[in-house]
Design a protein around this ligand. Structure first.
Ligand SMILES: NC(=O)C1=CN([C@@H]2O[C@H](COP(=O)(O)OP(=O)(O)OC[C@H]3O[C@@H](n4cnc5c(N)ncnc54)[C@H](O)[C@@H]3O)[C@@H](O)[C@H]2O)C=CC1
Ligand SMILES: O=P(O)(O)OC[C@H]1O[C@](O)(CO)[C@@H](O)[C@@H]1O
Length: 386
């Protein structure tokens, strides 16, 4: 049986990546810092994934082991030495942390067996594996770079499956939406393509990751941020609101126009992709907290993420001012959640300076840019409504 080492035994780790690895006859070694989850993995040795639909299909994931990377760092090194593939789903801000652990394992592997290995970051960002590679290389010696370049691939990936935070009787069980897409870029892979059911291998990931991030995640941000502004707790409830319906259609036509002009997507096909995503957000069998989808507002307001990047692309390709994306950015500036460190940090920036200065800082936009002006205009309209 092949061995996969997966960092992050969370929603996506267990509900998406771990399921496909098991279905592809891998033994999966989950690495996490959540000791309760790791203990349960080693005690139960399996868990269930439920597909959120009328029949609530139950799938079983087995052949799993857990390692707590804080308590057993040496065990992680040994796991990486023997792995046939490494995957991650920890969150973009955690990549620099696991990079240190991964580089130690790769150094030991190069000494012991020199077997090629692919490391695939499955995070909601552009270039997740490339960023992980950068951080891994920060911890190795110059004379190791040659081996690393020859032996280790860091192919970028796009992952798409809605897996909400949830409290099940068994903390390992996880409910997921039936839909999923896992796209991995071929060109950075070393040796053979990992044979994992459900992966679509492509030559150029850019169109796929930007289409996903600027349609699924951009769309998701509307019920999350505008939904919070309107006082909703869940995505599915927020999606029933007419202002949100109007804003999500407007925002996805703005990001859609940018994507179509940037990548030449067929208009009808893209509209079908948008319509399907809006239906996914309305799935009555999923109760997804708006705060989860809104988590990390500083990351989500950054220049390359799901709100600012498509808005700037829209301006670049059409010369028109984004209104609906600007409204969503304004709602993100109003977002607060005392359990979300980035939300608290953003509100502190706003209190200490102003909405405009905080937006300019986190987004990298100029104070007199078209986008900044549009966001401030939309912010005034939202505040006047309150
Ligand atoms: N939940 C979703 O619907 C989707 C999430 N994603 C992406 O997948 C990634 C993971 O997201 P979720 O699974 O939702 O988050 P999550 O919070 O459920 O899982 C993250 C896991 O990483 C673990 N972790 C944190 N620090 C760690 C460390 N130093 N070493 C090892 N493990 C560590 C946490 O304990 C947690 O179990 C993110 O990049 C997210 O953007 C992508 C598509 C859908
Ligand atoms: O996981 P992030 O980047 O915080 O984004 C939030 C939401 O975007 C999605 O990943 C959609 O792909 C959601 O399922 C996820 O919860």
């Amino acid at each position: 049986m092949k061995t996969a080492v997966h960092f992050g035994a969370g929603n996506i780790g267990r509900g998406f990546i771990g399921l496909l690895l098991d279905q592809s006859d891998y033994q999966t070694i989950f690495i996490d810092v959540n000791s309760r989850v790791i203990e349960e993995i080693n005690k139960q040795k399996s868990y269930h994934v439920y597909l959120a639909g009328e029949e609530k299909q139950e799938l079983t994931v087995s052949h799993i082991i857990g390692i707590n990377s804080v308590e057993e760092p040496d065990a992680v090194t040994k796991a990486i030495v023997k792995a046939d593939v490494v995957t991650t789903a920890v969150g973009p801000t955690i990549l620099p942390i696991i990079a240190k652990v991964i580089s130690k394992g790769l150094q030991e592997r190069a000494k012991q067996n020199k077997r090629p290995l692919n490391i695939i970051a499955c995070e909601n960002m552009v270039g997740g594996s490339s960023l992980l590679k950068e951080h891994v290389y920060e911890s190795i010696e110059a004379n190791e770079v040659g081996d690393f370049e020859k032996l280790y691939g860091f192919p970028n990936a796009a992952v798409d499956r809605i897996v909400p935070n949830q409290t099940n009787q068994n903390i390992l069980d996880v409910m997921v939406e039936p839909y999923y897409e896992w796209v991995v870029e071929k060109k950075a892979i070393v040796d053979e393509l990992p044979s994992i059911t459900g992966i679509t291998y492509v030559d150029d990931l850019a169109p796929y990751i930007e289409r996903k991030l600027f349609t699924v995640n951009t769309g998701h941000a509307i019920p999350a941020y505008v939904g919070t502004y309107l006082g909703y707790d869940t995505i599915v409830e927020a999606m029933k609101d007419s202002l949100i319906d109007n804003t999500i259609h407007g925002a996805l036509s703005e990001s859609g126009e940018a994507l179509i002009q940037a990548y030449g997507f067929n208009r009808e096909t893209h509209q079908e992709y948008v319509d399907k995503i809006i239906q996914r957000f309305k799935n009555p069998y999923i109760s997804d907290d708006v705060k989860r989808v809104a988590r990390g507002p500083i990351r989500k307001l950054s220049a390359k993420d799901r709100l600012v990047k498509p808005a700037l692309m829209y301006i670049e390709y059409t010369g028109r001012t984004p209104v609906y994306l600007a409204k969503t950015i304004a709602a993100a500036l109003l977002f607060n959640n005392e359990d979300d460190g980035e939300a608290l940090e953003l509100q502190k920036k706003i209190t200490n300076t102003s909405y405009q200065e905080a937006f300019v800082e986190v987004s990298g936009c100029d104070v007199d840019s078209i986008l900044t002006k549009s966001v401030m205009e939309q912010l005034r309209l939202l505040q006047d409504k309150k």
